[in-house]
Ligand binder design. Structure first.
Ligand code: PMP
Length: 396
């Protein structure tokens, strides 16, 4: 049957990554393709205690509808944390709780993008964000990156070349997919360019707290003088993605309109989850919990990098993330990483090829590896299998 879908629905179902994850789901395969946090680090007992307490103290309220902007206790706790940990000067009236950053990206796009408006993104970037921008009819333009993230001079050139830019989307910390981080001076420049060209910045920071080496860097929002930056983060990587809770921080006027849009999307984010996370934060030291995640991911990343350096053929380059969950690899000689993927599957190992992360011009020979959800022996054996598959392709 012809369903007469709207223009927002992709013309053909080209869910490349879905297909990759399906193949990689075979239990024989060691898969570096996923992007999941390590489940053994979820604070299950503490969450259970928080949940029991919520049912005892606030059972009826927690099961009732709530305000679209979110639970007031949770918003206060987030505001306090963002001030102390991120140096973002904000009050709870600047915060709206969302159903994860994915919803933040969707609602901000819905608010800002008219058909044909330009969204500037890092090249490569988070592919689910690309799907959202496409669904609202945006023209997506990739901005060059280097080891330090989006290049400010390329950003300014794009702002000059495209007068109808509506949004700049950036992931400044341990970017998905590259693991790269933008230094302070660039963050200031991005904030200044947003003001100069009167364009909004969507600062997506799901991984910022998972820094396991180097010094923490203040977000772009810290340098925002006039409300051009919307900061967004999430409990998905520091607590549990299944709670589906994130937040945005923006100018109060922006938040008020965001709340109107959220109301028509889902009325509010899960009220019970919000109560439980607020209770968890009151009764536990979230910093100590995050430190456990950092320690585990640090060990896994270091092991994967060591194995890559030892086992991958000469000429292969990789990023050196100081946090987050991903390593980006570049193989020489224009190897098609979709073909490499097929060869790796024959060797019972998988990754995500770089192609789908590129908004426009694709740079060949790149791919993403996840380490957060991998055991030591899987890292060792999986990289070994990949090394064989890459060598075979390079010899061809
Ligand atoms: N932004 C980026 C860059 C991500 O990597 C992810 C999750 N993988 C999200 C947003 C969505 O996160 P959430 O679980 O908060 O919806």
């Amino acid at each position: 049957m012809d369903f007469k879908f709207s223009n927002r629905v992709p013309k053909q179902n080209n869910d490349v990554v879905g297909e990759i994850l399906k193949v990689a789901g075979d239990p024989k395969i060691i898969s570096f393709a996923g992007g999941l946090p390590a489940p053994e680090l979820f604070p299950v007992n503490e969450m259970k205690k928080a949940s029991d307490k919520v049912f005892e103290k606030h059972g009826q309220d927690a099961l009732q509808y709530t305000a679209s902007i979110g639970n007031s206790k949770l918003r206060q706790l987030v505001a306090k944390r963002m001030d102390s940990h991120k140096h973002i000067n904000c009050k709870s009236s600047n915060i709206c709780i969302t159903t994860g950053s994915e919803q933040s990206i969707d609602l901000i796009s819905k608010m800002m993008i008219n058909q044909g408006d330009v969204v500037l993104v890092e090249k490569p970037t988070y592919l689910c964000a690309l799907d959202v921008f496409r669904s609202y009819g945006a023209k997506i333009v990739g901005v060059d990156m280097d080891e330090n993230g989006m290049k400010a001079d390329s950003l300014e050139t794009a702002l000059q070349n495209y007068p109808n830019v509506k949004l700049i989307y950036t992931i400044p910390n341990f970017q998905n997919p590259t693991g790269r981080t933008m230094p302070t001076n660039r963050r200031k420049e991005v904030a200044d360019l947003a003001s100069k060209y009167d364009v909004m910045v969507m600062e997506d920071d799901p991984y910022g707290e998972i820094r396991y080496s180097g010094k923490s860097i203040d977000p772009i929002k810290h340098f925002d003088k006039d409300g051009h930056v919307i900061y967004m983060s999430t409990f998905s990587k520091i607590l549990a993605p299944g709670m589906r809770l994130g937040w945005i921080i923006a100018d109060e006027k922006f938040v008020n309109m965001f709340v109107v849009m959220k109301q028509s999307a889902d009325l509010h984010s899960d009220n019970l989850s919000q109560y439980i996370v607020a209770q968890y934060m009151e009764d536990n030291n979230l910093d100590l919990h995050i430190q456990k995640i950092r320690d585990a991911y640090h060990r896994r990343a270091s092991m994967m990098l060591k194995e890559i350096d030892k086992q991958f053929p000469r000429g292969v380059k990789h990023s050196n993330p100081e946090g987050g969950m991903f390593i980006w690899v570049e193989v020489p000689g224009n190897i098609n990483t979709m073909e490499l993927f097929k060869n790796c599957v024959k060797h019972n190992v998988a990754f995500v090829p770089g192609e789908p992360f590129y908004p426009d011009e694709i740079i060949p020979g790149t791919f993403r590896l996840n380490f957060s959800n991998m055991k030591d022996d899987q890292i060792h054996e999986g990289i070994h299998r990949m090394a064989d598959a890459i060598s075979e392709m390079m010899e061809k």
